[in-house]
Ligand binder design. Structure first.
Ligand code: C2O
Ligand code: CU
Length: 549
């Protein structure tokens, strides 16, 4: 195994998109940021130098970080921010992940510009579980905001107002041909006829699940969230924010230019009229001698904006590869079962002496509040008063969560810093239930730090604890770090709590994360040094008193 070193220099850098310029926090002056490329089992040290205005942390999304929560990154969960003018070195330990993952800032909404791909190559001995591709391409889907999104969001949260979705989506930092004055920068991928490429797709968008397709080219999905899946041949994919997908693309069509397009899939069905920038495009371009047509061909296989049926039907085709080199170990002796509702709510809060009401999100009717000292430090050093170990295993009331009219008394959520404790090696099953509380149902891409989990089932409506478990896939369920909890539906997942540490669970829509749709799992030590959290590095960023909501 090798050791790699990177320097990430965070600066405010100027960008022009959608006919307007602004400065935005990015890494090494690039959007998306640098690619981290490793072989399975390697270790990477990333020295993050913060030369911007905001305190920042960085998360290595999907990397398990065995016993090493100190370098996981979420602000006020495993560390305090790297303040402007200072630096911190992360130690990223790659154990069993293989495929594409990504990194992103985990402080307020700075991840809009601070993100990039991680490529984990297989060992030479094992290789890919498919013929070695002729080439590789990385496409990072993102969100563009014309203004300063951190300022906007801070103001919205103070006023209890709705937070912005985005002004356009992007592919490798570019909105594409359909957006005003952005055409010149449209991203191009050049291919040679007859070759097969490994396309690595990352959804780094802030608030949207996306459909993605390439005109006239099939996609063969072979990997998801850093694990291999049985090949799925499809005309489009649905990718949730946080997810990463590997697919094979063969350049077997007539020489020409083809649009690659991502389109917002809006499970909440907001009013489309004030928000019509749903498509982002890039161009797949064959090398060779031909006269290109005026406009590239647009993918006819891309589902429409409001069509939520293809999302779950695509996702339910995914199965773990489950072969000798990549075995499946679904926990079967469940010791903790949880049933967690994800809801949109209201809160009242005090702002500079006045009582205001605003939007909130909750898990089991608890809306998360960040502490002023990170949970990890408080847990490790036995500090009291930072969090309470009483996150509920069940929602406070069981009723028809997906009804059109959900009783009004659940709209107000309680706020707290409530964590769930697990013993080492517990076998855990969690059923997430999407609700229609507040008449606001939508998909929630739920992400767990420090782990991947098997998604053993999912469906629409209320979870039925008798019939639904009968349909669980315990043979080859897909392994993910982010699962799309369907709108007014459920998703069941299992994992073994074999990684001691402090791990964040949250919805990967930043609007919902900001409103409190998160909680923390603490997995206790196993009793030996090899099953315990490692020593903290000597220079963790100090926690000032500047706690934010
Ligand atoms: Cu992509 Cu909390 O993470
Ligand atoms: Cu959500």
């Amino acid at each position: 195994a090798k050791v790699h070193y990177h320097d990430f220099i965070l600066t405010e850098t100027n960008f022009t998109r959608l006919c307007s310029s602004k400065s935005m926090l990015v890494v090494n002056e690039s959007l998306p940021g640098p690619v981290i490329r490793v072989t399975k089992g390697d270790t990477v040290y990333v020295n993050v130098h913060n030369q911007g205005y905001y305190g920042v942390t960085i998360h290595w999304h999907g990397v398990h970080q065995p016993r090493n929560p100190w370098s996981d990154g979420p602000e006020y969960i495993t560390q305090c921010p790297i303040e402007s003018g200072s630096n911190f070195t992360y130690e990223i330990i790659f154990s069993d992940e293989e495929g594409t993952l990504w990194w992103h800032a985990h402080s307020d909404w700075t991840r809009a510009g601070v993100h990039g791909a991680i490529v984990v190559l297989p060992n030479k001995e094992t290789g890919f579980p498919f013929p070695e591709p002729d080439g590789e391409e990385i496409l990072v889907l993102g969100s563009w905001y014309v203004g300063d999104v951190n300022e906007e969001v801070a103001e919205d949260l103070e006023n209890g107002a709705d937070t912005p979705r985005s002004d356009s989506y992007t592919i490798n930092g570019q909105p594409g041909d359909f957006c005003e004055c952005s055409k010149e920068g449209t991203y191009r991928w050049q291919v040679d006829y007859g070759k097969t490429y490994l396309l690595r797709l990352v959804n780094a968008a802030m608030n949207a699940e996306l459909y993605f397709a390439i005109a006239q080219h099939n996609l063969t999905v072979v990997g998801l969230d850093g694990s291999y899946v049985k090949p799925v041949i499809t005309g489009f994919v649905m990718i949730s924010p946080g997810q990463t997908m590997d697919m094979l693309v063969t350049a077997n069509q007539p020489l020409g230019r083809y649009y690659m397009a991502a389109r917002q899939y809006d499970s909440a069905r907001y009013d489309v009229t004030d928000y019509d920038k749903t498509n982002t495009t890039a161009i797949l371009e064959y090398r060779g001698n031909y006269t290109p047509s005026a406009d590239p061909i647009f993918p006819s296989t891309l589902p429409t904006y409001e069509d939520f049926v293809p999302a779950l039907s695509f996702t339910s085709r995914l199965r773990s590869l489950a072969n000798h080199d990549h075995p499946v170990n679904v926990p079967k002796n469940i010791t903790t079962r949880m049933y967690i509702t994800a809801s949109m709510n209201t809160i009242t809060f005090d702002y500079e002496g006045t009582t205001k009401s605003g939007l909130a999100s909750s898990l089991n009717n608890v809306s998360w509040i960040n502490p002023s000292t990170d949970v990890l430090l408080a847990y490790y050093r036995n500090m009291s008063g930072i969090y309470t170990p009483d996150f509920p295993e069940y929602p406070p009331l069981l009723f028809n969560f997906t009804a059109d009219e959900v009783p009004d008394y659940t709209t107000t959520t309680i706020q707290g810093t409530k964590v769930k404790m697990f013993d080492y090696n517990e076998e855990v099953e969690i059923v997430f239930q999407g609700t229609n509380v507040f008449d606001a149902s939508e998909d929630h891409p739920m992400h767990l730090h420090g782990y991947t989990f098997y998604v053993v089932g999912s469906g629409y409506g209320n979870f039925d604890n008798v019939t639904d478990p009968e349909g669980y896939n315990l043979v080859d369920p897909p392994k993910m770090n982010t699962v799309s909890l369907p709108k007014k539906g459920w998703a069941a997942l299992r994992f073994k709590a074999s990684n001691p540490g402090v791990w964040l669970w949250h919805c990967h829509l930043d609007r919902h994360l900001s409103w409190g749709m998160d909680t923390v799992f603490i997995v206790k030590n196993g009793g030996t040094p090899e099953t315990s959290i490692r020593e903290p590095p000597p220079n963790m960023p100090p926690c000032s008193s500047s706690a934010i909501r």
